[in-house]
Ligand binder design. Sequence first.
Ligand code: PHE
Length: 472
Amino acid sequence: MQKAREHWSSHLGFILVAAGSAIGLGTLWKFPYVTGENGGGLFVIIYIACTFLIGLPVFIAELIIGRAAQRGAVGSFAFLSHNQTFWKGVGWLGVLSSFLIMSFYSVLAGWGMNYVFMSLTQFWEGRTPAEISQAFTILSSSGDITLFWHLAFTALTVAVVLPGIRQGIEYWSRFMTSSLFVILLGLVCYSFTLEGFGKAFNFLFSPDASRLTAKGVLQALGLSFFTLSLGQGIMITYGSYMRKSDNIPRTGVIIAVTITVISMLVGLMIFPIIFTFGFQPEEGLGLVFKTLPVLFSKLPGALIISTTFFILFVFTALTSSIALVEVVSANFIDLLGWSRRKAVLVVGISCFIFGIPSALSNTDLVFANWKLVYGKTFFSTIDELVSTWFLPLCGLLTAIYVGWFFDRKQVEHEYRSGTNTIRFFRPWIFFVKWVAPIAVITIILNTAGVINLDGGQKEVEQEMEVETVSRS
Ligand code: PHE
């Protein structure tokens, strides 16, 4: 017999926890850096479209699977599909993605912890933007320090997850998410006064097709899945803790809107710094760490503001990493009958070990030739593998499962339970059944080069560029 599951103490509690898991380094770190690399404008529009047209329907689908099955990701797929290996495999793919994300997430959050200390010692004071940017390069290539923080953050996550799902998490999520929002608003107001604000606004919101590649579209899709915590079994697991009276569609809309608003605020905070102080939008994964402190160095009260910001950075990472570790462990508890303690410890230690090459990816200490062979560091390889490929794939299969294989009556029953707005059921199921799968498959095929949606336009442009260069 399944033990009765714990449930969230209130609907608002659930929304805040789901938001806490969703708002994390995806919005604070990944959104600005991938947007910068993909030329802004059009990428941002596609990211928002993916969030609402594909991500949101899949988000609702995941919650429905979890609440209907009352199990973790793998258990839910197994239970609903009557143990079909393929669908269980989809659940495991999600679990694998969570594990892989956690392995590099803690490296990033670890850098954030280091930045808390740099803020406390007022490291930025009187430094030039170039020096501030250089500080990140030095930190990220210092294997010992990065490894230390990677360990510290993983241990912190394990320490929070060990005592049980709700204790502390709900409480802290409320406080931290709202504080983050307030501080972001304050920083955006300051960025507004910078001379580069206009340029940044244009960069972020005026579409320019020539700056976006096919791969960029898939990255936008992957980013929307990453920020909504989709394709990893997280929302399936969280759905299993929801009560029948909780409103699933409304929760989905609230989270999608919150994520979009926060991403835009982060963009409006970071890009004016880039255009005012001579950084490049394509700065790469260190973008946030290199640029934000420049703002802090100019602010009155920098000590308090920058310390608070990086503490919140670490906390939002923590509310996400808790979800990541929780979900992986929940499957071992459900399926292998492990004790909670054993599962969390094994998962925590494994994430730490697998994360070591990511922590050392800017040094020569392990896999020294990785970049030469694969063209990017170990860290970025894992990040890209999961964010760009695994998440969209898993989201696609989830949509296909709910749209085509899950008993329609049961889906409808689950959707309706807790909501009065049943008129959205039909459009939603249409999106899950048709729009999401077709869109995801098209984007994947386009990136893989099997179809070409640019109609050869990009190649022509590139050829013209080559010609111009060779002529001049
Ligand atoms: N959504 C989180 C973020 O944006 C990442 C995450 C994914 C967290 C999956 C939990 C689960 O940072």
